[in-house]
Every structure is written in structure tokens, then in C-alpha cells.
Design a protein around this ligand. Structure first.
Ligand code: M6R
Length: 369
């Protein structure tokens, strides 16, 4: 039931705040992350020296976002790999490896086969999944469910924010179990997480109509590029994937630092480029670098749509359009910056008269290899 929305996707984007809130529910006690499903499973986290996240598509981008915070909080090296690549390269894994799979459906065949492979080769396995009782969680040693609610539209939206939330919860849990995240620091991260649903709701309320308007104006666009740095990089990839699958437009995400290594050759007058601008409060250096990337592409005629935090005045004169997201702490911005990109892809597909719930050639759950 679309509940009065024009599509399941529109409904699911509107549910992004709840998807995060429901994934947090019952897992925070006195400012500390306590995941009841992981009770008694501390040995999954104490004896490991590395984490490999495996997933496909949007779930893999959630993994790439999660990597930064999990490494920082736990000081365990984290690799993120596409499930279908992982399995066919004879990866070096064993009892010191925790393989974390991420899957909305819990039925993606590539991810399932990778989890089985990991187990057979002695690794520990943890599943982050949105579907109770699905095959992947059943095949894993531990499960952290995302509670995004059923996702019907083929394009994954609310599941993505729930996956990042679950990864952050897991990271803080592992950090606590291993005694590496000081309690006050963990409490600050928890407070950031708890504030996310309200901030996503603000974006939906304040920016959605404007973004849909742009999308409408851009309905004839043939190519859109997305640039990001650090945690903004996987968000650029996610923005591009959503646009490809929903609006059938050539779209590519790049790490902003790669521009000079090739992609800048693509910039010609009128080329739309979304740029995810990192917070200047967190890293003045990274912020400066991204602003200079904007200058470089704009000098070559790009039309820049920046996603920047409120109050970042430096970006205003540089970009053609600025979409604002509320302030958030380090690592938490991706949970906000992705929302305008979901709205944009949906808006553009709608402006082209396409079926946003069921794009051509795609299935919600890819159960073949
Ligand atoms: O069910 P899963 O999370 O395992 O699905 C993984 C991908 O197939 C999925 O995220 C896909 O990329 C989406 N259609 C993207 O919107």
C-alpha cells in the first residue's frame, strides 16, 4: 500500500527518518550502544584483526561509508568489497577475519555465496539485513537487523540510511567490547546518531520541493557527474547509481581528488556536476580542496550543484545552486547528504515520465549469480 504517495519510492524516501530511528530503537542505553542480538557474542569481535564488508550495489556503498567510522572507532582495518569480486579471487581470510555482509533483501545470491565462502574458509560472519529470517542472516554467525520496514521500490533508499546506521551501531559496539572508544566519545557519537532522523526530516521538508524543481528543469540532461571526497565519495557513487537505474541517464561518481587524473576531461560547458562539500568545521583542509575542485570544473563551464552544510558561506559564490543539509558531526554527514540525491533521482525519473518503482531490466532482489 502506497499510503497516498504517488509511488512506493516516494513513500520510502519519506520514511528515511523513521528507518534510522527504528534501527536505533532498543540499541542505546544511557548513551551507550548495546545491541541485544550480539549479547554473548563478544568473541566475534575480540579475536579479529580485520573486517571485510561484502555487499552489492547500494548496500556496498553503505559499506564504503561505514568503513571510515568503523576504522576510526575500532582501529581495526576495514576493507569493502563487492561480493561477486570477493568470492572469485581466493581472498586471504581466516579466524581473524570478520566478514560483515550487508543486504536489504537478505537473498542476493552473490552476497549469500560470498558469506558461505567466508564461513567455509574459517572467517566469522555477521549479517546486516533488513528482512527477518532471510537466507543470508540464517547463514551467518550473528545478525544485526536494520528496521527500515519493507522496501518495495527497486531502488534502495531508506534501507541505505538504515544500513549506515546499523554499521555505525556495530562499530560503536565493537569499539566498546574491545575497550577502544572512550565512553564520552561514544556518547557523543550516539547523540549524533539520535539527531539524524530529525535532520533528515528537515531536509525533506525544506529542500524536497526545490530539488524536484531542478530535476524537472534537468529532464533532458544526458549525463550527470557526482563528486565527493572521504565519506562523500561513496555518496557520489550512490547518487550516480540512483540516477542510472531510475532515470536511465549516464551518471558517474568520482572521488574529487581524481579529477585531475582523468575525469576533468569530461567537463564541457553546461555539464551538470553535483558536489558533496565536506564540513569546513571538521576539516578546513578537505573543505578547501573540494572548493578548489569546484573552481576548476566551473572554470571549464560545469554547472555545479553543491550539497553543503548550513552556514558554509564559502560555497555560495562558487556554485550555481546550493542544497543545504543541517550540521552534523564527523562521519554523520553522509546520512544527510544522500537524501537530496535520492530525491533528485526520483524527481528526474518522474519528470521523464518513468516508473520509479520498477525501472526497466531490474529486479528488487537479484537471486541469481
Ligand atoms: O538486497 P540487497 O541489499 O542485497 O541488494 C543489493 C543491490 O542489488 C541493491 O542495493 C541495488 O543496487 C539497488 N537496486 C540499488 O538501488
Amino acid at each position: 500500500d502506497k499510503g497516498g504517495w504517488s509511488s512506493f519510492m516516494a513513500k520510502e524516501v519519506s520514511e528515511e527518518p523513521e528507518a534510522v530511528a527504528n534501527t536505533l530503537r532498543g540499541r542505546i542505553r544511557d548513551g551507550e550502544v548495546v545491541i541485544p542480538e550480539l549479547d554473548g557474542l563478544d568473541d566475534l569481535f575480540t579475536g579479529i584483526s580485520r573486517i571485510i564488508v561484502i555487499a552489492c550495489g547500494t548496500a556496498a556503498y553503505a559499506g564504503q561509508v561505514g568503513k571510515y567510522a568503523i576504522e576510526q572507532w575500532t582501529r581495526i582495518p576495514v576493507d569493502v568489497e563487492l561480493a561477486h569480486e570477493f568470492r572469485y579471487r581466493d581472498p586471504v581470510i581466516g579466524p581473524d577475519t570478520l566478514v560483515v555482509s550487508i543486504s536489504q533483501s537478505g537473498e542476493t545470491m552473490d552476497t549469500l555465496m560470498a558469506v558461505k565462502y567466508a564461513r567455509e574458509h574459517g572467517a566469522k560472519t555477521l549479517s546486516i539485513c533488513n528482512t527477518q529470517g532471510a537466507t543470508i542472516p540464517r547463514e551467518s554467525d550473528a545478525i544485526v537487523y536494520t528496521h527500515a520496514g519493507p522496501e518495495v521500490a527497486v531502488a534502495s533508499t531508506k534501507a541505505f540510511v538504515a544500513q549506515v546506521t546499523a554499521l555505525y551501531l556495530m562499530g560503536l559496539h565493537v569499539g566498546r567490547v574491545r575497550g577502544v572508544v572512550p565512553a564520552d566519545e561514544a556518547a557523543a557519537h550516539v547523540a549524533e546518531l539520535e539527531a539524524i532522523p530529525g535532520k533528515i526530516a528537515q531536509i525533506l521538508e525544506r529542500e524536497q520541493p526545490r530539488i524536484e524543481q531542478f530535476a524537472h528543469w534537468m529532464a533532458d540532461t544526458r549525463s550527470v557527474l557526482f563528486l565527493g571526497r572521504h565519506v562523500g565519495y561513496p555518496i557520489a557513487l550512490e547518487g550516480a547509481l540512483k540516477l542510472k537505474e531510475l532515470a536511465y541517464i549516464h551518471a558517474e561518481g568520482f572521488a574529487a581528488g581524481e579529477l585531475k587524473h582523468g575525469p576533468i576531461a569530461l567537463i564541457e560547458p553546461g555539464q551538470p556536476v553535483f558536489v558533496i562539500v565536506p564540513s569546513p568545521r571538521q576539516s578546513a583542509e578537505m573543505h578547501k580542496k573540494v572548493i578548489s575542485s569546484i573552481e576548476e570544473i566551473r572554470a571549464r563551464g560545469a554547472r555545479v550543484i553543491a550539497i553543503a552544510e548550513e552556514g558554509d558561506a564559502a560555497v555560495l559564490p562558487k556554485a550555481d545552486e546550493v542544497l543545504r543539509i543541517p550540521l552534523a558531526g564527523p562521519f554523520f554527514e553522509p546520512l544527510l547528504a544522500v537524501v537530496p540525491l535520492h530525491i533528485f533521482a526520483m524527481g528526474l525519473a518522474t519528470a521523464k515520465g518513468l516508473d520509479v518503482d520498477q525501472p526497466r531490466n531490474l529486479a528488487k532482489s537479484v537471486t541469481v549469480e
